[in-house]
Design a protein around this ligand. Structure first.
Ligand SMILES: [Zn+2]
Length: 454
């Protein structure tokens, strides 16, 4: 199957490659059930509140989620990840036990490498203090509205925020747990997101402390709305937020998601946004970035601020069809990544020179000084490797534009190609056509030097 980027101008047009479609991934996409997602959203919204500090609601919700996950497959290892939070500020105004719900589908050949699919199951009804008036449900930091964080038992159905994401993660756990993957898939429903990304911060920090290898985090937050508060409508796009750092691991993951969606779900466009999140707002992918992991946020481009963090965030304002579409993008990306080889290693610690001790790209001008000589290492072990493809683009282009499959080699020379105005990357491809994330060659910025004068 050829992928000419059917409706995309400028994105994949120059990159018409043979693309392998995995029958198994298509089967997985077909198995994602809109009805089940709708039922999950309905059930989640039916808990009076899922506020992390509520007396009952959060416990009831997490027990239900864990029970459902356990019922899907005996191969899903389901647990409640427990943290004891100390009272510390207005949002966590009393000590509280926080529980993330975690379901692990252990990988077969690369089990130490994890692909995380997540959402937050807690909800919030953010009630302005009597002395303040809210202009809208917007939470952009510069709004001078103070809230009463102690109203933890107020109705907070959270159908869209983030019942939609939680419903999708549950459905993905159900469908993907019918299959085996090389890498480990981890499905997480976080708590404490609304108090400041608490559950994800603790989970990501623990993963870092335990030296876990998390290759990718696909976080889903507010993925059910297709009509914005001002009437803007659209359900053919899902925004994917990464960060603002050119060729960061999170941007590489966002590009991967876009390419996989083009391959398997050409009716849904992944709108890559080179921002960490919506302006001034947060999500559970960010704590993973703090720990050095590649992480992105899926979110609708059409939010309705009037319903967010209020008693009216109800299922009737959520489209299960759109949520299912976003869930299928997640499924395609997670299934592809979990079966793909590890990304090649292209950065190495410099042994000498001005950059000694820093990571530098294994790229040079070759013997001629006018060629592009690229080297990489296999991050393996890989048993089914076909070889490597090098990708290129001008430094100002958003997407990779050229691709050359160079075979099962660890270095390659492009004659007469300047390395001074092109970005390069390399990816590993296995015999079934599974592609790794692309590892870009990124030169570290020059460091300021102190110049002695007298
Ligand atoms: Zn949210």
């Amino acid at each position: 199957m050829r992928n000419y980027g059917l409706f995309l101008v400028g994105a994949s047009l120059l990159c018409a490659q043979e693309r392998t479609v995995q029958p198994r991934v298509r089967e997985i996409l077909d198995a994602v059930s809109e009805q089940r997602i709708a039922a999950n959203i309905q059930k989640l919204a039916g808990f009076e509140t899922r506020n992390t500090l509520s007396s009952q609601g959060n416990a009831a919700a997490r027990q239900w989620i864990a029970g459902e996950l356990r019922s899907y497959s005996p191969r899903l290892e389901v647990s409640l990840e427990h943290f004891k939070l100390k009272q510390n500020e207005e949002r966590i105004f009393q000590d509280v036990d926080l529980y993330n719900v975690v379901a692990v589908l252990r990988g077969t050949s690369l089990p130490e490498t994890q692909v995380v699919v997540s959402a937050h199951y807690d909800s919030l009804n953010l009630i302005p203090l009597a002395s303040e008036t809210a202009e809208s449900g917007d939470s952009v930091a510069d709004r001078p509205v103070k809230y009463d964080w102690t109203k933890v038992d107020a109705p907070a159905p959270g159908a869209n925020d983030d019942g939609s994401g939680t419903a999708a993660v549950m459905e993905l756990a159900r469908v993907l747990s019918r299959y085996e993957f090389a890498k480990t898939l981890v499905f997480v429903a976080f708590a404490g997101e609304e108090q400041g990304l608490i559950g994800s911060t603790l989970h990501a920090a623990k993963a870092h402390r335990e030296s876990r290898t998390i290759e990718a985090v696909l976080n889903n937050d507010i993925i059910g709305g297709e009509v914005s508060g001002n009437g803007r409508v659209g359900n053919g796009v899902v925004n994917v937020y990464s960060d603002e750092v050119p060729d960061s691991p999170s941007q590489a993951l966002a590009r991967y998601a876009r390419r996989i969606a083009e391959r398997y779900l050409p009716s849904v466009r992944v709108g890559t946004v080179w921002m960490q999140d919506r302006l001034g707002r947060g999500g559970d992918h960010t704590p993973f970035q703090w720990e050095g992991f590649a992480a992105v946020r899926f979110s609708t481009p059409n939010e309705n601020y009037a319903h967010e963090h209020s008693a009216t965030d109800l299922p009737e304002f959520v489209s299960a069809a759109y949520t299912a579409r976003v869930a299928r993008v997640n499924a395609a990306v997670a299934a592809s990544l979990a079966q793909a080889p590890k990304p090649p290693v292209v950065m190495e610690e410099a042994k000498t020179g001005a950059l000694k001790g820093r990571l530098v790209p294994q790229i040079s001008r070759g013997k001629s000084r006018y060629d592009a000589q690229l080297k990489w290492k296999n991050a393996g072990p890989e048993t089914n490797l076909k070889g490597y493809a090098i990708v290129m683009r001008p430094t100002t282009a958003a997407e990779w534009e050229q691709e050359v499959f160079v075979g099962n080699v660890k270095e390659y020379l492009f004659k007469d190609v300047s390395i001074d105005d092109v970005r390069f990357g390399v990816k590993a491809i296995d015999n079934d056509g599974n592609e790794s994330l692309i590892s870009p060659y990124v030169y570290p910025p020059r460091v300021k030097r102190e110049v002695p004068v007298y």
